[in-house]
Design a protein around this ligand. Structure first.
Ligand SMILES: C[S@@+](CC[C@H](N)C(=O)[O-])C[C@H]1O[C@@H](n2cnc3c(N)ncnc32)[C@H](O)[C@@H]1O
Length: 306
């Protein structure tokens, strides 16, 4: 649970740091990003970038055998929408879950011409899922929950995700390493160090965990999965991703750094933090005209031991 000073901080930043008490009252969680229209657009373009950088579904998962797929922390549901187009078996059952419906389409359904809509439910992944969903899915996907998970939460999310799987079902959990935001320039400009350290410091202060890909791999390896594979996809040397990597990192920084600056007392309020961040991000963007923004995207895949 949060310590008293951190609880005080959270309440004074109520719009940015929303705290939730989960359905069974066993935990609270913090989420560092906004949930407005701009964030919806950012999530959707982020999806295109991440799929370009990696794969929608990892090659070790047999796509033609998937009949039911769940996405936890689904956001706008964009990953499921693409999965619906990709899977050879068009009658596959898809379901999205998120702690908030703020970024869901109307009626909490993704409409697909000539096919069943994809249902989206509100559910905190820290709480066990309703019985009707347990043991139902061949694949459970999780992407970018880092901004909302405290260290001890990873194992709880994984346990709940595992319960959704059929025997031999697959998990695919994808996270960005926040400690690796840098460029290929040597020596590193001060602005990059400052932006990165600000995020790491605030995440640790709030009990969040900036080294997510390693944590996910460790938990999946230790928690009843086999055929565990970890891949790290990087923008290094991928010239066609250079422009989009710059835009993506700048977008992440604009979203993440202002609340981090307030949390680590580098700014007095969110307005000041946004102004300071904007100056730093502009410097970063200029620097990236001659350097490549490096992104390390970690994907861990495993199969549930039956
Ligand atoms: C950065 S967004 C990523 C959305 C989506 N996975 C994607 O990659 O496009 C993180 C999402 O996780 C959701 N989230 C955070 N904590 C959660 C929790 N404990 N249970 C379920 N969803 C959560 C947020 O509401 C948000 O929609």
């Amino acid at each position: 649970m949060n310590s008293p000073p951190i609880q005080g901080l959270l309440s004074s930043l109520s719009r940015l740091f929303t705290s939730f008490v989960d359905m069974v009252g066993i935990s609270s969680s913090v989420y560092m990003l906004d949930r407005n229209a701009a964030e919806t657009r950012r999530l959707n373009s982020q999806h295109r970038f991440l799929v370009d950088l990696s794969n929608l579904i990892h090659p070790s998962i047999p796509k033609d055998q998937l009949t039911a797929v769940a996405d936890l922390g689904t956001g706008t549901g964009i990953w499921l929408e693409d999965v619906a187009d990709l899977l050879p078996n068009k009658s596959v059952y898809l379901h999205g879950f998120d702690i908030s419906s703020s970024q869901y389409p109307p009626h909490h359904k993704i409409q697909r011409p000539g096919q069943n809509p994809i249902p989206l439910s509100v559910h905190n992944a820290l709480a066990p899922f309703p019985a009707e969903h347990r043991g139902r899915y061949d694949l459970v996907h999780i992407r970018l929950l880092t901004a909302g998970l405290k260290q001890a939460d990873y194992i709880r999310v994984l346990t709940n995700a595992r319960a959704l799987l059929k025997p031999n079902g697959w998990i695919q959990w994808e996270e960005v390493d926040h400690t690796s935001f840098c460029t290929d320039a040597v020596p590193e400009p001060e602005v990059i160090t400052r932006l990165r350290e600000c995020v790491i410091e605030a995440m640790l202060k709030l009990g969040l965990w900036p080294f997510a890909p390693q944590r996910v791999f460790d938990e999946i390896s230790a928690c009843g999965f086999t055929d565990v594979v970890r891949e790290t996809y990087t923008t290094s040397g991928r010239e066609h991703l250079r422009h989009i990597a710059r835009e993506w990192v700048a977008g992440v920084m604009r979203a993440l750094v202002p609340p981090c600056m307030v949390a680590s007392s580098q700014a007095q309020n969110i307005k000041q933090a946004r102004e300071l961040t904007e100056q730093l991000v502009r410097e970063f963007e200029v620097h990236c005209e001659t350097a490549t923004a490096l992104v390390n995207f970690g994907v861990t895949v495993g199969r549930k031991v039956s």
